[in-house]
Design a protein around this ligand. Structure first.
Ligand SMILES: Nc1ncnc2c1ncn2[C@@H]1O[C@H](COP(=O)(O)OP(=O)(O)OP(=O)(O)O)[C@@H](O)[C@H]1O
Ligand SMILES: O=P(O)(O)O[C@H]1[C@H](O)[C@H](O)[C@H](OP(=O)(O)O)[C@@H](OP(=O)(O)O)[C@@H]1O
Ligand SMILES: [Mg+2]
Ligand SMILES: [Mg+2]
Length: 325
């Protein structure tokens, strides 16, 4: 598939400087232009309707001015695919509504860890809590603080935390996490280093809480004989059911979700979803992996955009390219 029209296909992108640096890489721009695709930087401080013209909008900004700007543009350009809809993205910005999407799926052998929302630290005494647990900021809006987490070993560990947060059961899972990247109709599951297990016998000596942030971004522990190498991938069918179910539920083209094996279960094929992210770091895919994103007609089928003609190909060495369907 390639751009059959003589006019270049214009993708307008609105990203933070950090995201632009990791995603709009020189190899992407040159590869895109070979396909008749131009990636044009949007100035989010100016009206979108005065920029362009655009055949597709790709964005990962969340402030209210940008949302209004995008809405004004969409109302005048109903046929331009927006990847992805702010309303759909919003569901992932609360760690409660995020995981509720998984609970709605009717898929056996999967689920989410138990979690409670803590809005204030009073009245914790009579709460039945499991330890160890993980305290995660309630908001998962991409801010620095949204990744600041704590392992909590006993009730005393709660006093240092700042509500609102979710207190999620810590589930031993063998120190390896599975990150499933979804881009339109394509998906890839990859292994990444995770928090190590906390054996019962160690727990008795652990008190209070321990801060950490974004362990899954640690360089893959790879190497011969490492935990990661030895760890089996989840059943393909289960991953596929989760991909299709979450695509339907979330109505998103670009996302990934974190899955861990449930070490509490006697069934070694029980896996739980612990996190879902909009427009993650596709460049983190193992080099040479190539996935393609179908928005436009694919997305239109799910009613997230109204048509449009974008199939984009992500190659972590090259980045994101758009082939017109
Ligand atoms: N319920 C859990 N049980 C065991 N380990 C967990 C659990 N939840 C999270 N973790 C560990 O903590 C890490 C960070 O958790 P999570 O992915 O929810 O945070 P995040 O800041 O949203 O990360 P990301 O960078 O993937 O967006 C996970 O990669 C995993 O190693
Ligand atoms: O290893 P991955 O690709 O999962 O790392 C992602 C991470 O999961 C989140 O999606 C980050 O986005 P925010 O949650 O908005 O912080 C991504 O950061 P970004 O700067 O690439 O958007 C990480 O790459
Ligand atoms: Mg995660
Ligand atoms: Mg996350």
């Amino acid at each position: 598939m390639s751009n059959l029209s003589s006019k270049p296909y214009q993708i307008g992108y609105a990203l933070t400087p950090k995201k632009e640096k990791t995603f709009i890489v020189p190899s992407l721009l040159s590869y895109a232009s070979e396909k008749g695709v131009v990636l044009a930087k949007i100035d989010p401080s100016k009206p979108l309707i005065q920029q362009g013209p655009f055949d597709c909008i790709l964005h990962k900004l969340y402030d209210s001015d940008w949302k209004q700007n995008l809405q004004d543009f969409a109302s005048r350009n109903p046929n331009v695919p927006i990847i992805d809809s702010p309303d759909s993205i919003e569901i992932l910005h609360s760690r409660i509504s995020m995981l509720e999407t998984v609970s709605k799926l009717r898929i056996t052998n999967t689920g989410v860890p138990k979690q409670i929302t803590v809005t204030e630290l009073t009245d914790m005494e009579d709460l039945k809590l499991n330890f160890p647990s993980i305290a995660k900021p309630l908001d998962a809006d991409g801010s620095e603080t949204s990744h600041k987490m704590h392992l909590v070993f006993d009730k005393g560990g709660l006093k240092d935390l700042t509500p609102p947060f979710v207190l999620q059961d810590f589930v031993n899972h063998g120190g390896v996490i599975f990150k499933v990247y979804v881009a339109g109709k394509y998906s890839r599951c990859m292994k990444r280093k995770s928090l190590p297990d906390i054996p019962e016998e160690k727990l008795v000596n652990l008190k209070g809480s321990l801060p950490f942030s974004q362990v899954s971004n640690l360089a893959a522990a790879g190497g011969e004989g490492s935990e990661i190498e030895k760890t089996e991938m989840p059943p393909e069918k289960l991953v596929e059911e989760l991909v299709e179910g979450l695509k339907e539920e979330l109505k998103l083209n670009l996302f990934n979700f974190d899955v861990i094996r449930d070490g509490r279960s006697k069934d070694k094929d029980k896996y739980i979803v612990i996190d879902i992210n909009y427009f993650p770091g596709f460049g983190n895919l193992v080099s040479g992996e190539t996935i393609a994103v179908a928005s436009g007609p694919e997305a239109a089928k799910r009613g997230t955009t109204t048509g449009g003609v974008a199939v984009v190909e992500v190659d972590c060495d090259v980045g994101l390219v758009n082939d017109l369907v």
